[in-house]
Design a protein around this ligand. Structure first.
Ligand code: C2E
Ligand code: MG
Ligand code: MG
Length: 745
């Protein structure tokens, strides 16, 4: 802008000169000319005036513009004295400090610096004043209302026309930038957290990973960046898994779940992965951020819990719980496919003996070996099971095999199941090497077929179990099918059991007495045998109801009743010469003997009746004894100490082992009637009987033969050295009155 009044002094002097020229006589110029001249000048002056005014207004305009620019600049401008007093401020500066400009002037700038930053500010001010050059700093400031902000201060010292130095400050609010920086710092620290992190671009190319990523995956940043996360794929998830993940990511911008990945070293691990899409305000995805933590340990723990809950720890086969589950699935699948299935119930025939004679560790070895044989291979060809079949261990020596996808025709399916059952028998029957010793084992198999949901899981297992029971009954080492006739037997059993519960209370049980005689056929005692007079069925033999009573636990009250009745009888007979020396033999069943209070119970009955305990003899079976030899011996000894004698019933049919026989406090061996039966005709049986008698004598035991029906049998037994007998030849089991009459009481 030009502020100089154009040529004004020269114009003036020129105009004056001319005016004086006009006053000289020498002048020839006429007055008009002069006037004209003046007028010209006047106009000229006016024009200049005009120009000056315009210059003036341009100047003002320019100043206003400057003031506007100054006041409304995006930067706050402040001028301070050397003591920090604000002497000038633009509107922005005032607004930044939150004070009206008028009130801002003459106030100390320090007033707007936070106490923490105040030292910094003073140092800054000194620097500016001393050095005089530009100084830049960032300060935490506070407005008049106390709210805080970060400012950048651009300071300059100027001594313009003033003897005192002035400090000019350009003040910028940098809170947002500082905030962003802070966020970045936090993000950077968060990025280096314990969780693995991976950032990819929108094309899934990894652009950044953190240290935890390297720790968890084994890939360094430079090995991962530039690749896609496919680098980590374990192959455990199919395409649908990833398709669904991407679909969710596209739809909601977020995905979370369990992923199996592979480390650089090839090991597979489970991670809990969260993926978030980073989007612009327009909704375009620029990046994906994946965060993951390893959960393999949780997985392993979970798997362990699952294993414990559903698998047998010894054989690693599914346990009962899983079997029930699988069987349920098999029923559903049979409904869908229209194919038959089968349940094979297996029970080893002589497992208890192995366990008791060679210890549980060897028993476990056998069970593991059997589990392996059952599992090996597939059903086709030489092998037993095939993929999809469930082989489970119910506990003890019981296994269950579920076969699926068999024929649609029942007869064919039965044939297939039988074939598998036979293979099972064959495989189990092969010799075992148990701890360096050969062992042979047989198995009984009960089979039932299923078709759709005709029967429940529980019913099927019961049916197979019942068939197994039949197989055992048929002499073991064989297989039996469940059939409806078996079902009616099952129903009848249940009905009988219900009746048996009342039998004792209703006085339907009775004791029969079967005489035992010596070589001179003198009665030396009797075996007491239970009879049940059923109101509809009539006389029910113990073979029909003792197993039932055992299973249901009814044997305990029944057994106690027998014992009490027998002891009372001994007491009653103790007053008669013809009966006081008789000994009564009572059959004791396994469950009864096993109950913890058995010894005490016997003791109590003895005390209550006050009989001579030597008049009482208990008959135990070999299978009872072998069940737990140590416990049995302890109990027998306790009872023997009371004066009670023991006879080993059904001797020869069980697992006679001299080793334990010697340790038992026995008094008598009772040759099973099956050997006596064929004694005269079967040389084999004759040899057995002879051996038993010889062995008994060697061990110092009395030997009694049961089931003696003929004179020929008696003769043979006598020849072999047997001295005591029981059987129809001498007497049937008879009711008390009859027996007493027999005795002549
Ligand atoms: P056990 O102890 O072996 O009884 C002998 C069985 O042989 C009796 O059958 C008896 O009637 C039968 N018997 C006796 N002499 C002859 C004979 O010359 N020829 C033939 N063929 N059989 C003969 P029972 O009375 O049917 O008893 C069967 C089983 O029931 C008994 O076998 C015993 O184990 C059990 N039992 C009987 N009473 C009781 C009892 O009170 N408690 C317990 N726990 N079991 C009992
Ligand atoms: Mg007996
Ligand atoms: Mg017997």
């Amino acid at each position: 802008m030009s502020t100089k009044p154009p040529q004004s002094p020269s114009l003036r002097s020129a105009a004056e000169a001319r005016l004086s020229d006009a006053r000289t006589p020498a002048s020839t110029r006429p007055a008009e000319e002069l006037l004209h001249e003046l007028q010209v000048h006047q106009i000229e002056l006016e024009m200049q005036n005009e120009e000056l005014r315009r210059a003036q207004s341009a100047l003002e305009e320019s100043r206003d513009r400057y003031v506007d620019l100054y006041d409304f600049a995006p930067v706050g401008y402040l001028t301070l004295t050397d003591t920090g007093l604000i002497v000038e401020a633009n509107l922005t500066g005032a607004a930044l400090l939150g004070v009206d400009r008028a009130k801002l002037l003459r106030r100390h700038f320090t007033r707007f610096v936070t106490p923490e930053a105040s030292d910094h500010w003073h140092h800054q001010l000194m620097c500016v004043l001393l050095r005089g050059d530009r100084q830049i700093c960032e300060l935490a400031m506070q407005r008049a209302d106390g709210s805080r902000f970060y400012a950048r201060l651009d300071c300059l010292c100027r001594a313009v026309g003033d003897p005192l130095p002035r400090v000019r400050i350009a003040l910028t609010d940098i809170s947002e930038r500082r905030h962003a920086e802070e966020e970045l710092r936090i993000a950077a620290i968060a990025f280096e957290s314990q969780e693995g992190m991976m950032v990819t671009d929108s094309h899934s190319v990894i652009v950044r990973v953190n240290h935890a990523f390297t720790r968890l995956t084994g890939y360094r940043a430079d090995e991962a960046i530039g690749h896609t996360p496919i680098l980590l794929r374990s192959g455990r998830h199919d395409k649908t898994f990833y398709d669904q993940m991407w679909q969710t990511l596209r739809e909601v911008g977020y995905w979370q779940g369990e992923v199996w990945n592979r480390r650089k070293n090839g090991k597979i691990f489970a991670e809990w992965l969260t993926i978030s899409a980073v989007k612009t305000s327009d909704g375009d995805t620029t990046h994906y951020v994946g965060t993951f933590s390893e959960i393999t340990k949780n997985q392993e723990a979970q798997a362990e819990i699952h294993r414990l809950a559903y698998y047998d720890p010894l054989t690693h086969l599914p346990n009962r719980r899983l079997l029930l589950d699988r069987l349920g699935q098999a029923l559903a699948s049979s409904t869908r496919s229209g194919c038959h299935g089968a349940v094979l119930f297996l029970d080893l025939d002589n497992f208890k003996m192995l366990n008791d004679t060679r210890g549980h560790a060897v028993g476990d070895l056998l069970l593991s070996e059997i589990a392996q044989r059952l599992q090996t291979g597939v059903r086709e060809g030489d092998t037993i099971s095939r993929l999809g079949d469930t082989i489970s261990r119910l506990g003890g020596d019981e296994f269950v095999v579920v076969l699926e996808d068999m024929s649609e025709v029942a007869e064919e399916a039965a044939h297939q199941a039988k074939a598998v059952g036979e293979k099972v028998r064959e495989a189990v029957g092969l010799p075992y090497d148990l701890d360096g010793r050969e062992f042979h084992c047989t198995v009984s198999v009960g089979i039932t077929l299923f078709f759709g949901h005709d029967e429940s899981v529980e019913t099927l297992l019961k049916q197979a179990d019942l068939a197994l029971y039949q197989a055992k009954g048929a002499g073991r080492n064989c297989l039996r099918f469940f059939d409806p006739a078996m079902q009616s037997a099952l129903d009848e059993r249940s009905a009988l059991e219900a009746d048996l519960r009342l039998a004792l209370k209703l006085g339907q049980l009775q004791l029969y007495y079967q005489a035992q005689v010596d070589s001179a056929r003198h009665i030396i005692g009797a075996e007491v045998l239970l009879r049940w007079t059923h109101p509809q069925r009539g006389l029910v033999m113990p073979g029909q109801f003792i197993p039932l009573a055992e299973e249901s636990g009814l044997i305990l009250p029944i057994g106690r009743w027998v014992l009490e009745t027998v002891c009372k009888q001994i007491k009653a007979w103790s007053g008669h010469a013809a009966s006081r020396d008789l000994r009564l033999a009572v059959n004791v069943s396994a469950r009864q003997f096993r109950q913890p209070g058995f010894v005490a119970e016997v003791q109590q009955v003895l005390a209550e009746t006050g009989i001579d305990p030597t008049r009482l003899k208990l008959e135990l079976t070999e299978s009872l004894v072998i069940d737990n030899v140590a416990e049995t011996i302890a109990k027998m000894q306790a009872l023997k100490a009371l004066g009670i004698g023991f006879s080993m019933d059904d001797f020869g049919t069980g697992y006679s082992s001299l080793s334990y026989l010697k340790r038992l406090p026995l008094e008598q061996l009772k040759i099973d009637r099956s050997f006596v039966f064929d004694l005269a005709t079967d040389p084999n049986d004759a040899a057995i009987v002879q051996t038993i008698i010889t062995m008994g004598h060697t061990l110092g035991l009395n030997v009694i033969a049961e089931g003696v029906e003929t004179e020929a049998q008696l003769e043979r037994l006598d020849q072999y050295g047997c001295t005591t007998y029981q059987g129809f030849l001498f007497s049937q089991p008879v009711p008390l009155a009859e027996f007493e009459a027999f005795l002549g009481l």
